[in-house]
Design a protein around this ligand. Structure first.
Ligand code: M6R
Length: 615
């Protein structure tokens, strides 16, 4: 939610910041703004809309600036107007502030500041930070200290970057709850909400911890007067985060899945085990999950906390872990779990699933679990994220940066990473024999091939999808692991196409939703040939009997289904849990093609942002 970039150095600061903001637009894109110093004067340019709209308003003189901060917004306090766009500044125009997060006590602070004579021009919470920092600076004349004093009275979550006419060439940055990372170039330094704007300049970064305040200058970064060194080196390149010839990031990321899953397998599977030898177990690289054998054996229950697509991956993980490790698994929205006074104790393992590692609700649930003495394990894509740092263990998916707001490769990466963890867990708990464990690993090693086969059907999937593009509503049905897939298929369709869609456990149809069926209703059915196949066929018949149009995602060898449905999309059915990965491909492509046909902004759907860092 909202993206921040700051640059100071020998280069053209405004160009760096604008390029960085474009990379962060997935975090919010209703308005954008920039502040820079020009001959000692603070200049602020803001625009409603995209960074491109802002770019058009930047005057030529801005090219002279060597220090700038910028912001792309996802509105929380105040409508997306130019006046509410960041940066915000104090009344004397000496301090400009960009902010990601929510200042919870802003109403109280605003009243106090108004009593002290500050004049507010926007409806935002951020403006209080600009006035506060200016007030603090009046007494101490020390830039980082003034910011430190200001955040001491601010409640809520924030990442701030601040620019001042009093300290040309310096940016002061800090965070609490919202992410912020600094990059170390040669004679140029950056700060940003994530590493995307930094990687084209340098892979060397420092992830700020809560309440750390840094002063960024062209040649050095300091904290408390001492130099800060890079804490990590980013392993992916700037090209990984480009569209690479695809029309949209979403399509690129859908196509990247087979490669990403190969990479994930090579990173997480150390040894698949020797076929035919009943004694050899597969081995995994799960160093990031330093939860000992003794600990894992004693786990009484697993609680998964996640939101959105990651929650759906968690539902699939429940089946995997229960089957392989025979431990009860409970799947929770972090947003609900954290406020429910949950029943957990130190024998409960809390598994946070998140692409970004920054989702406020999931993070809140993980923190609560830690307070209650539970061990926490995070399954993540973003290496240096807050959840990575705060969890006891981390399993990284290694699927590369996901830019499209609709999660695709992170979903299949989550399923695969959780599958690896489930096998590991089952081996340690003695609930999985060596041949069984090896069979599961083999399934995972095959999955990229199956994903490629599914992707090869893109033309057919597109043809089918376009038949249903004018529907106003759609249903997705599944049973067992088909149910979370149905939820995910519906989520994908609604978020990118704006067609109302619902994912339903097919067993629930007769309990109400079947009333929705008429001849206008497309019903996408996950109809692979597992234990519940006959029941799914009955559901299909019930829908057809009421005039609904059925599109089946069916097994490659299911010939009988053709006569029962309107359209069939086939995937190779290995009758294993990794089928979920393969089925995700057509669901993603259906949503993508319908959205493109309807002229939607696929990578940046309305009202959404990639990382939901506020509650
Ligand atoms: O970064 P996270 O995985 O924690 O994000 C959770 C959800 O916000 C995310 O999956 C969201 O639902 C996606 N837009 C779905 O495509």
């Amino acid at each position: 939610m909202c993206g921040i970039v700051g640059y100071t150095g020998s280069g053209r600061a405004v160009d760096f910041v604008l390029a960085g903001l474009e990379k962060l637009e997935y975090r919010g894109y209703d308005s954008a703004g920039i502040a820079y110093l020009d001959g000692g004067e603070l200049r602020i340019v803001r625009a409603v809309g995209r960074v491109d709209d802002l770019r058009k308003k930047i005057p030529a003189e801005a090219a002279r600036a060597h220090c700038a901060i910028g912001h792309t917004r996802w509105a929380t306090h105040g409508r997306p107007t130019e006046i509410n766009a960041h940066p915000h500044c104090d009344n004397k125009g000496r301090f400009a502030v960009v902010h990601n997060g929510i200042i919870e006590n802003y109403a109280k602070l605003r009243t106090e500041l108004e009593h002290q004579g500050c004049r507010f021009v926007s409806e935002t919470d951020t403006e209080v930070a600009a006035h506060l920092i200016a007030k603090m600076h009046e007494t101490m004349k020390d830039f980082p200290r003034a910011v430190e004093r200001a955040i001491a009275v601010i409640e809520g979550s924030f990442a701030f970057a601040v620019l001042s006419t009093e300290h040309p060439g310096a940016i002061v940055a800090t965070r609490r709850g919202s992410p912020l990372v600094a990059g170390f170039g040669r004679g140029e330094m950056l700060v940003a909400s994530d590493a995307l704007p930094i990687v084209p300049t340098t892979p060397d970064v420092f992830y700020l911890q809560d309440d750390q305040v840094i002063e960024v200058q062209a040649e050095r970064i300091e904290m408390g007067g001492k130099p800060v060194q890079p804490s990590e080196r980013i392993r992916w390149t700037a090209e990984d985060a480009e569209r690479g010839g695809y029309e949209h990031f979403m399509l690129k990321e859908i196509y990247e899945q087979s490669g990403a899953l190969r990479k994930l397998a090579s990173k997480l599977i150390a040894d698949p085990g020797t076929a035919g030898d009943p004694g050899t177990f597969p081995a995994f690289h799960l160093n990031g999950a330093p939860l000992s054998k003794d600990y894992l054996r004693g786990v009484s229950r697993v609680v998964v906390v996640a939101q959105g697509t990651s929650y759906h991956a968690g539902m699939i993980a429940r089946n995997m872990i229960e089957r392989t490790a025979r431990v009860p698994v409970q799947v929770e929205y972090g947003s609900d779990f954290r406020y429910r006074s949950p029943i957990i104790d130190p024998s409960v393992l809390v598994l946070g699933i998140s692409q970004s590692g920054e989702t406020a609700d999931t993070l809140g649930a993980v923190r609560l679990a830690k307070e209650r003495g539970c061990k926490t394990l995070a399954v993540l894509n973003v290496q240096g994220s807050t959840m990575a740092r705060e969890s006891d263990g981390v399993v990284l998916m290694h699927v590369g940066p996901e830019i499209g707001v609709a999660s695709t490769k992170a979903f299949t990466g989550q399923i695969a990473a959780l599958y690896v963890f489930a096998i590991h867990f089952g081996i340690l708990r003695g609930t999985l024999s060596a041949p069984e464990a090896r069979r599961r690993v083999d399934d995972l090693l095959q999955v990229s091939i199956r994903v490629d086969e599914a992707l090869a059907q893109n033309d057919h999937i597109k043809q089918v999808a376009l038949k249903y593009k004018d529907a106003e509503h759609a249903l997705y049905l599944g049973r067992g692991t088909g149910f979370p897939l149905a939820l995910e298929g519906a989520l994908k369709l609604k978020e990118v196409s704006y067609i109302h869609a619902e994912g339903i456990d097919a067993a629930e149809m007769k309990h109400g939703p079947i009333a929705l069926i008429d001849e206008k209703m497309p019903v996408f059915v996950l109809a692979l040939q597992g234990r519940r196949y006959d029941k799914i066929v009955s559901n299909i018949q019930e829908v057809k009997a009421r005039g609904g149009r059925v599109i089946a995602i069916a097994s490659h060898d299911d010939r009988a289904i053709e006569a029962r449905v309107d359209d069939v999309i086939r995937v190779h059915d290995d009758r294993g849990i990794v089928n979920s990965i393969v089925c995700a491909i057509p669901l993603q492509l259906i949503a993508y093609h319908i959205a493109v046909a309807l002229g939607r902004d696929v990578d940046k759907p309305r009202n959404l942002a990639k990382s939901v860092t506020v509650e």
